[in-house]
Write a protein that binds this ligand. Sequence first.
Ligand code: GLU
Length: 333
Amino acid sequence: MRAPTVAVISMGGTIACAPSADGAGLVPRINAADTSPVNGVEVRSVPWSLTDSSEISFDEIVRLAREVREQTDRGADAVVITQGTDTLEETAYALSLLRPLDTPVVFTAAMRAPSAPGSDAAANLQAAISAALDPELTYATSGAVVLMNDQIHSAKWVQKTHTHRVDAFRSVGRSDLGVIHEGRATLLRCDPAPALPALLDSDRGDAVRVALLTAVLDQDTDLIHAVARCGYQGLVVEGLGGGHVSGAVAEALGELARDIPVVYASRTRAGAVLEKTYGSPGAELDLIGRGCIPSGQLTALKARVLLTLLLRSGHPRDKAEALLMAEGAAGDG
Ligand code: GLU
């Protein structure tokens, strides 16, 4: 019997870092797939880039999704993607919305570089490879998952919640999708079927920019007016608490919402935003009345990724907003 083949696409980040030649700190220099052999598996190493994850663009994620499909067309049984942890919650969600395959793609990364004591790089990569080959994962979800620290997270719910701990990744507000136990994936729950069509084939590569602003104490409206001047096609506001802003900010958002989609999320990053409780100026009833739309259970980061990909796919505004609200409402939280 032939050994299963897993394509490991390596995109830099800590898992690919080594001390720089000039001693100026860790930099991505190695191919993550080459860092540790995995028994009984043919690892097809796909060097993609050696960058920090802050450099990844939506165009690149779309190219990456096409590469995932290409790798399986060329006989890979599963695909693992490695990258930096900093934008992992966004890229994995983007890939899960593009959904290049019927089977899930597994993302992994490391909080400690391969050269650091107690590095999680090899353990995460090996666990990601076994999870990617596990048929149970295919039944539990589609799109993409994130595997870190022996925990499997749905791309939709995972967040990086700490600057340096190895357990920085959490499925906030719900249980993990699964765990790795004695080298095998054990699935703890299933994700509901996606509320959205796969967005890869409809992606038109349009240059779409969606801004993200956080609501704060004593906020002025200058940056909100700047969003229109700068030509953004959408705005996500990370609101206070249940998704609130001040009355003056709500007025500025309402003006903007006449021209572009404006989504309100919550800076608490846990729980669904409110839609029908508070009636003060700037609270959710006011925002909805002014044409802003709720992100539901999506964090602002996820809502921005979703709105960007929907607009890149040429969805008219009302369709994009309806799909965003359906995706924000869907789930087990
Ligand atoms: N800041 C780097 C990145 O996101 C390293 C972070 C990491 O991989 O943990 O690529």
